[in-house]
Design a protein around this ligand. Structure first.
Ligand code: SF4
Length: 427
């Protein structure tokens, strides 16, 4: 992304309850959507992700996910060579051959995702057609799906959205009243939430994605959807097209966010205040007690969030409202109002929101503000640390279990740790 154009927008409407917004369209520093494979392949244990990409894509996957030595891997890269890229070899035939070899050798794979990349998009390999051909050959044993993880116009968490959206047409239809939790969460978080929903009498509840890609939730006009991750807007809209209703709520980060998130479902299931309070009060108290340990470290500290994970807005809300941090600027790669509508009014009126990036201009704002901590992608963290600024990698927010009451203190610790380390170094 080389062109640079910055558009500042302030809220002209005095009744608007959203903070002012800077829109920037310049050079971006973000990972691509292939990164989503790292957590998706851990969650869906019968799925395989085959990236159709270059050696760069293969290196990214290996360094982001590590090399599995003892287990059969559940992701790989079909590497496009110079001959493929120059159109001198038939990449399509070769791809079919690689997939057939893989599926014949690996009986444990029940869903194969063909994942597009920048090079496969540039040379226009039609992965949807490839999936059709392979389905004709391998269904019902294996289902083949395709989506793009390309970094051309995507930030890294959008890979999950595209993968889940590719599964929506497969979901069976139902008229049953039920709840879908949308967004990949750690198994431990899924188990805790299931217990909570059971105690509240809310259900049946499905998690999408689940632990097996073949165990798909049904969807229909009596399905409610609660988002667990704010970056699944396209999948949300695909579920709404199938008749589902979105329960807009703050995200389950921190005690307040988790309570508001559960309350959105409780209202639909007519859970009484007494029952809601009986289930949540002990959990809230435990979370608040655990959070108190980190408040002295975080309270009053100034935070700058660069746009990267799309988790910035709900995490900033948690750090401000529950940990007392001051927000200087909260950046997000895309502001999808469908997914953050319940979060925006919870941000303080004076915070500067930014959407998109013009990295040099944004770094100038970071340098001018000298925040106590800057949340950013891996590529920017080292240069900022070298300038004496304390940073936190935003990718840690998708690799760590941070949802729910029991993880609230772990989420606070992610930000407290680098501040603590910096203060010790100063001693
Ligand atoms: S998909 Fe694009 S951005 Fe991602 S590793 Fe491959 S070439 Fe790089």
């Amino acid at each position: 992304m080389s062109h640079s154009e910055t558009v500042s927008v302030s809220n002209a409407d005095p009744l608007c309850k959203f903070p002012p917004l800077i829109k920037e369209r310049g050079q971006r520093e973000v990972f691509c959507g292939l990164a989503g494979i790292v957590w998706l392949h851990r969650k869906m244990q019968d799925a395989f992700f085959l990236v159709v990409g270059s050696r760069t894509c293969a290196h990214l996957m290996q360094s982001a996910a590590g090399v599995m030595i003892f287990a059969e891997p559940r992701f790989g890269t079909a590497i496009l060579t110079d001959r493929d890229l120059a159109g001198l070899a038939d990449a399509v035939d070769e791809l079919d051959r690689i997939c057939a070899t893989l599926l014949e050798r690996r009986a444990d794979i029940r869903t194969l995702f063909l994942v597009g990349s920048c090079p496969s998009e540039i040379i226009k390999i039609d992965l949807a057609k490839a999936a059709e051909r392979l389905n004709a050959r391998f269904l019902p044993q294996v289902r083949v799906l395709s989506y793009s993880g390309s970094g051309i116009d995507m930030t890294f968490t959008q890979g999950e959205d595209q993968a889940l959206k590719s599964m929506v047409p497969l979901l069976p239809q139902t008229d049953a009243r039920q709840l879908i939790i949308l967004g990949c969460v750690a198994d431990i978080v899924e188990d805790q939430f299931r217990r909570c929903f059971d105690q509240l009498g809310i259900g049946p509840v499905s998690f999408f994605p689940g632990r097996r890609a073949t165990e798909l939730p049904a969807v229909g006009p009596n399905t409610c959807v609660l988002l667990a991750q704010p970056f699944n807007g396209d999948t949300l809209r695909a579920l709404i097209d199938r008749g589902a209703k979105h329960l807009a709520a703050p995200y389950p980060f921190g005690a307040e966010g988790t309570t508001a998130w559960l309350a959105a479902a409780a209202a639909q299931w007519n859970v009484s205040d007494a029952q809601f309070s009986a289930v949540t009060t002990p959990l809230i108290e435990r979370a608040k007690k655990a959070l108190a340990k980190y408040q002295p470290l975080l309270s009053g500290k100034r935070l700058f969030m660069l746009p990267d994970s799309q988790l910035e807005i709900p995490i900033a809300r948690f750090l401000n409202r529950e940990m007392g941090m001051q927000l200087i600027e909260v950046g997000t790669p895309y502001l999808d109002r469908d997914t953050v509508t319940a979060e925006l009014p919870l941000l303080p009126a004076e915070v500067m929101l930014s959407e998109g990036q013009d990295v040099e201009k944004q770094l100038d704002r970071v340098r001018a503000a000298r925040p106590d901590i800057t949340v950013c992608g891996l590529g920017l963290a080292n240069p900022l640390e070298a300038e004496g600024l304390t940073t936190k990698w935003s990718i840690e927010l998708v690799f760590s279990p941070i949802h729910g009451y029991d993880q609230a203190a772990d989420l606070a610790e992610i930000f407290a740790r680098p501040l603590d380390r910096r203060s010790r170094l100063k001693l």
